[in-house]
Design a protein. Structure first.
Length: 218
């Protein structure tokens, strides 16, 4: 019986809030707008670069045109990909957990709403010593979470049934993706959302720290 664990990236495997906030603010400053606090940025991340840029602009009172939004996304992605993610790091213990799960026979995937190039870059730096079987980020032809298409594509490639897959993430989009794909969802509490927010999205199983995953995933 094949089995898999699909992990969200930001707020689940890596702590990237500071780098995301810094690059959001570089984008805002570039266009002459006021910047946001880390806490304000924390509230708007999780739905991909385009949504982050749009929500950041809306947060400072700007309703961008389509052209302005495209320019903002391009600038944000360029800055993010060139910043080397200096402040990003894996959450304590998560690398060991993923390695243990891989050793138990689970196929491991990362499914992120980060752009594919950025997800690949960050994983190559911070997860290079971990066996990851598949990394999927946002790109042409891949719909962002909570759409279930990418999740089902991973499961088809791994030859894993949804009931034999655990979906681990820190955001409402992850909870909804798991529900949409009918996988076993685990909401983590060390990321960018509160338990109350996750419960509201439909989460029922929670991990307070990475090592809890080894008890929840047999």
């Amino acid at each position: 019986m094949n089995k898999a664990v699909i992990f969200d990236l930001d707020g689940t495997v890596i702590d990237s809030l500071k780098d995301i906030a810094e690059n959001v603010n570089l984008m805002l400053s570039h266009y002459g707008y006021k910047t946001l606090s880390e806490e304000e940025v924390k509230r708007i991340i999780g739905n991909g670069a385009r949504r982050v840029v749009k929500d950041a602009l809306l947060s400072v009172g700007v309703k961008p045109t389509e052209k302005e939004l495209e320019e903002g996304v391009r600038y944000y992605n360029e800055k993010y990909n060139s910043c080397a993610s200096l402040y990003t790091k894996p959450f304590d213990g998560i690398s060991e957990v993923i390695t243990e799960l891989s050793g138990r026979g689970y196929k491991i995937a990362i499914l992120s709403n980060k752009p594919q190039t950025t997800a690949d870059l960050v994983c190559s730096i911070y997860l290079k010593d971990i066996k990851i079987d598949k990394i999927i980020g946002e790109r042409d032809g891949v719909k962002c979470k909570p759409d279930k298409t990418a999740t089902l594509s991973i499961l088809k490639e791994f030859d894993v049934l949804p009931e034999n897959c655990y979906f681990v993430g820190d955001g409402e989009t992850d909870v909804l993706t798991s529900l949409n794909a009918e996988t076993n969802g685990i909401a983590v509490l060390w990321g960018n959302r509160t338990k109350e927010q996750l419960v509201k999205a439909g989460a029922k199983v929670f991990a307070e720290k990475p090592s809890d995953l080894l008890k929840l995933i047999p």
